[in-house]
Design a protein around this ligand. Structure first.
Ligand SMILES: [Zn+2]
Length: 320
């Protein structure tokens, strides 16, 4: 009764740097303006998803998984809490320069998990760029001085971005999303962010946002960025090309480029989150049939078994 594809309704965030694209391009239904983030598949206390369809409609995802823990999958059982958070980010303006701690530091100092994340660029305006680590190794003293003097941006590594680009941001990597970018972010379920530089911006009340310089100095990797190398060569599954975009101990993300039909399955090891980034596809599992439109995320419970995708679409698949 509880094992069917769950259509998820996200939690929304209205940070000042957000825009309107999640509403106009990704069909998010909310009055919130600006709309910065939609937390699509989330069990985090700062914003969790709600089930929209079927017998469990109206239940939050964490309530559902508390009642039916096998639906998360056996590999999730190794974690004290549901390990993954999947969100969309519309950065009309740039985000602060920031860093996230590793599990070691975060569990010791903050009593929650750290944050490794990966980004799949969905849209990027011409000239859009992001910050990813430093250009060259830097000492902690120089980093502190540059933060204090507002001269940090001279030493950061700027990377131009294009739709389809993938970035794996390990905990400890200094980073910032630039303006004019829409990103799908797959991350550990944590909201620990140490802000290093905020372009001297003020909020609606005229106050600068808090910086976390000492904590950031304690966790920032001082070497140049060293992107993890992944083999992203696609393989065929029916009429789909599937490539592994990134994988770590917390999550694995695949891209599915579908042009026709493709049979897949969900075993007992992990749930599968399916996000439709463009196009649309029909999804059939057991007796259920639903349409997956651009912007929609579904949660396929672990142990669901075989399902069928049919249509012209690009999807992201997220598992543990
Ligand atoms: Zn981040």
């Amino acid at each position: 009764m509880e094992c069917y594809p769950l259509r998820l309704c996200p939690a929304f965030k209205d940070n000042l740097w957000g825009g309107q694209k999640l509403k106009t391009e990704y069909h998010k239904k909310t009055e919130m303006t600006p709309l910065a983030e939609s937390w699509e598949l989330s069990c985090h206390r700062s914003g969790c998803s709600t089930i929209e369809n079927g017998p469990c409609a109206g239940m939050t995802l964490p309530d559902y998984l508390a009642r039916f823990p096998a639906a998360a999958g056996s590999r999730c059982a190794a974690f004290a809490a549901f390990p993954v958070l999947f969100k969309l980010i519309d950065a009309k303006d740039k985000l602060s320069v920031q860093v996230h701690p590793s599990d070691d530091y975060a569990l010791r100092e903050e009593g929650q998990y750290g944050k490794t994340e990966m980004w799949v660029v969905l849209e990027a305006e011409p000239g859009a760029e992001l910050i990813y680590g430093f250009k060259a190794p830097i000492t902690k003293e120089e980093l502190r001085r540059r933060i204090e003097e507002g001269a940090l941006l001279e030493v950061v590594n700027r990377v131009p971005v294009h739709p389809g680009d993938v970035f794996f941001i390990e905990a400890g990597t200094l980073h910032a999303i630039g303006a004019g970018i829409v990103i799908a972010e797959i991350q550990q379920s944590s909201d620990l962010t140490y802000r290093v530089y905020d372009y001297d911006r003020r909020d609606a009340q005229g106050n600068p946002r808090e910086l976390h310089i000492e904590k950031a100095l304690a966790v920032t990797d001082l070497g140049p960025a060293h992107p993890k190398a992944f083999d992203r060569t696609p393989h065929r599954e029916g009429d789909a090309e599937v490539s592994r975009l990134g994988s770590c101990g917390y999550f694995t993300t695949d891209r599915i480029r579908l042009a026709g039909r493709c049979a897949r399955s969900v075993d007992g090891g992990s749930f599968e989150g399916l996000f439709c980034a463009s196009g649309s596809a029909a999804l059939r599992a057991g007796g259920e049939r639903m349409t997956l439109e651009k912007g929609q995320t579904v949660f396929l419970p672990a142990g669901l078994g075989e399902y069928l995708l049919e249509g012209e679409a690009e999807c992201l698949s997220i598992r543990v």
